[in-house]
Design a protein around this ligand. Sequence first.
Ligand code: DX5
Ligand code: ZN
Length: 214
Amino acid sequence: MAKIAPSMLASDFGRFAEQAQAAVDAGAEYLHLDIMDGCFVPNISFGAGVVEAVRRACPSALLDVHMMVNDPLRYAEDFIRAGANIVTLHEECTPHLQRALAFLRQKGVKAGVALNPATGLETLRYVLDDIDLLLVMTVNPGFGGQKLIPATVKKIREARELIGERDILLEVDGGVSPATGPMLIQAGAQLLVAGSAVFGAQDMAAAMRAILGE
Ligand code: DX5
Ligand code: ZN
């Protein structure tokens, strides 16, 4: 059964904790938190203090921290301390990926790897046993509200195949909506990040159901 991780990037920042709580009340088990440094991606979002506030507001939510920052290991521990359950690093800015993934697991969180649309899956071949979550970006990271890049759907299918029987959660992020959700699930996605499609909707629960094709 596929699940939705609402992306807090699309929420009203003036009512952040309240919006996180509303997403949980609407049925979200996961909350996706986009950390952007203005260097790896051309935008700045928020830091560990904000994640900590969400943790306080939503004690039982699974906090899925997507780090779009250069030198992610320098900051990962701050987010773990803030209450992250999953920490996802980008392959493109993590030179010692195996070491980084092992570090995350050793600190007690799930270790995720994200791939930009242009990055191939082959970069993961030798670290598959170190990964708990694979995030296939369906847009170039940095902004919410972008259109899904169609070529990434094939990559989701290939990722599904690469994962095989391994216990690795396949997540997709960017341009997820009721129009694209069912096709992404069909391709093998298990966790669908959705920002504008959830927080831009009148009824968040209905939007989440629609993305799942229910
Ligand atoms: C993009 C972020 C996404 C973003 C998705 O860089 O990683 O999580 O919030 O936004 P939507 O769902 O609006 O495409
Ligand atoms: Zn994200």
